[in-house]
Design a protein around this ligand. Structure first.
Ligand SMILES: [Zn+2]
Length: 167
C-alpha cells in the first residue's frame, strides 16, 4: 500500500518523503500522512495531547508569587513546637502573659514576659527580659541580645524549647 502526505493548505497528496508541498510549496513536514486504506497516522506535532497542563502551572505560579508577597510584607518568623507554632513579628514579647500565652501558660517555668524578638537589618535577634529561668539559644544561656537563625533551638527556661524557622 502507498501513503501520502496531505498538504494542510491545498489538500494535495504529496509523496511521503516530501517536506514541501509540490503544488503550493507549503511546509508539510508536520502534515497528516494517510494510506490508501484510510489508515490515518499523525506526525508527532499533531498528536492530540490533552492541554491539561496549562492551568495547574498557571495557578502554581500565582501561589508562589502571592506567598512571596506575604513574606516580604510581614517579615515574621515561626516558632515551632511539637504541639503548636507561633508566628512572631519584630518587637513581639513571648511569655506566659504575652504572645503565645494560650500555650505558654501551661509551662510554669516560663516567665510572664520572658523574651523579646526583634528584626534588624542584619537579621533576627532574641533578648531575655530578665526572666527567672533564663533564655537559651542552642542550649547556651544568653545574657545579651543574641542573633538567631533558622533552625536554632530556643529554650525559655530549661523545660520549654521551640525551634526557629525564618523564612
Ligand atoms: Zn499544498
Amino acid at each position: 500500500m502507498s501513503s501520502y502526505r496531505v498538504c494542510p493548505t491545498c489538500r494535495t497528496k504529496n509523496p511521503i518523503d516530501e517536506l514541501i508541498c509540490l503544488k503550493c510549496l507549503s511546509d508539510i513536514s508536520n502534515a497528516l500522512i494517510i494510506t490508501e486504506e484510510n489508515v490515518v497516522e499523525q506526525s508527532k506535532n499533531e498528536t492530540p495531547t490533552p492541554p491539561k497542563q496549562e492551568p495547574p502551572q498557571e495557578s502554581l505560579k500565582q501561589e508562589i508569587l502571592s506567598d512571596k508577597t506575604i513574606i516580604e510584607k510581614k517579615e515574621s518568623i515561626i516558632l515551632k513546637h511539637n504541639e503548636f507554632s507561633l508566628e512572631i513579628f519584630s518587637g513581639d514579647i513571648v511569655g506566659r502573659e504575652e504572645k503565645g500565652k494560650e500555650y505558654l501558660k501551661n509551662f510554669p517555668t516560663v516567665s510572664r514576659k520572658h523574651a523579646k524578638f526583634t528584626k534588624e537589618l542584619s537579621g533576627w535577634y532574641i533578648e531575655d527580659l530578665g526572666s527567672t529561668n533564663g533564655t537559651y539559644v542552642n542550649q547556651k544561656r544568653i545574657n545579651d541580645k543574641t542573633k538567631i537563625k533558622s533552625g536554632d533551638i530556643i529554650s525559655l527556661s530549661n523545660s520549654f524549647s521551640i525551634k526557629i524557622e525564618i523564612r
